[in-house]
Design a protein around this ligand. Structure first.
Ligand SMILES: Nc1ncnc2c1ncn2[C@@H]1O[C@H](COP(=O)(O)OP(=O)(O)O)[C@@H](O)[C@H]1O
Ligand SMILES: [Mg+2]
Length: 274
């Protein structure tokens, strides 16, 4: 027979366990101990005429949940190619991306597009805002296209304002993109990426077109999103910004040549060119 004290102890362990398992099923990405994204032996080549070019060569790494994860490397090193694979926009010829325990390539195009709408917010170097829509309308459009992240349409306006407030753009909600600075436009683009409340944000050189003070302030805003349970994947060719990330990989010629704060298979620099 268990003593009352033991039973209470077991019950409290069980309650903790239930909390954990509930978190695990509904918000798997909240568990910082498990990788949110696993990339396994990812290889990609393109063939133009008879020439085959290797864009990614046997890439293996993990993106920890709730990290600000930098993908660093010079122009042409394969960063955008890799991002397209992580977002399920492009398929590798070998290897796979496992997102929250699910392999991306096992899904149909339609399923992938639907999955992307709910799971990934994408931020581009040149903002890509609709010029004829205000900041607020740009975010509202994302809610309309993405299904509203589980919210009813009557709540979308409120949600769009919250997203703009998160990136300190609340006071500029009714401005057109042309009436905003580059940094402010990028903030609106971040608000738009947050609209449907995806667990992951993917940004391809989001500060590549901005001065370094603005770049640092945008980087800081994105780093703060990890406190709201977001995992932020941040591509940059700026080693200084990459060094501020919580985890990073450095690419060169389609291979990982350095990793920090994560598990990755690293190819020594001297072998990359041999
Ligand atoms: N569709 C393609 N066909 C041929 N080469 C490509 C294609 N896409 C990218 N590349 C080449 O692959 C390399 C990596 O490209 P990319 O991923 O855009 O690099 P990054 O984003 O790091 O600048 C570059 O040398 C680029 O020119
Ligand atoms: Mg690129």
């Amino acid at each position: 027979m268990l003593q009352t004290k033991d039973m209470l102890h077991k019950l409290s362990i069980w309650e903790d366990y239930i909390d954990m398992s509930d978190t695990h099923t509904s918000h798997n990405h909240l568990l910082s101990t498990s990788p949110l994204i696993q990339v396994e032996h990812l290889t990609h080549t393109v063939t133009a005429r008879t020439q085959q070019t290797t864009l990614l060569n046997d890439i293996t790494f993990r993106v920890p949940a709730k990290s600000l994860f930098a993908i660093n490397g010079p122009s042409g090193s394969g960063k955008s190619t890799l991002l397209n694979m992580l977002a399920g926009i492009d398929q590798p010829i070998r290897g796979c991306v496992i997102f929250d325990g699910r392999e991306l390539k096992a899904q149909s195009e339609n399923a992938l597009a639907h999955w992307r709408g709910r799971n990934v917010g994408i931020i581009f170097q040149f903002f890509q805002l609709i010029p004829t829509l205000t900041a607020l309308e740009n975010v509202l459009l994302a809610l309309e296209l993405g299904g509203g992240g589980g919210l009813r349409s009557k709540d979308w306006r409120g949600r769009a304002h919250v997203c703009l407030d998160t990136v300190e753009m609340g006071p500029f909600a009714h401005r057109l993109p042309a009436e905003l600075s580059g940094g402010q436009q990028q903030r609106v683009a971040i608000a738009r990426a947050l609209a449907n409340d995806p667990p992951v944000l993917i940004a391809d050189e989001p500060t590549g077109n901005l001065d370094s003070i603005t770049a640092h302030s945008i980087f800081k805003t994105m780093a703060n999103l990890t406190r709201q349970e977001k995992t932020v994947i941040y591509v940059t060719h700026d080693p200084q910004l990459a060094s501020l990330a919580s985890a990073r990989i450095d690419l060169l010629d389609g291979q990982i040549v350095h990793a920090d704060g994560t598990t990755a298979i690293v190819t020594p620099l001297k072998e990359v060119h041999s």
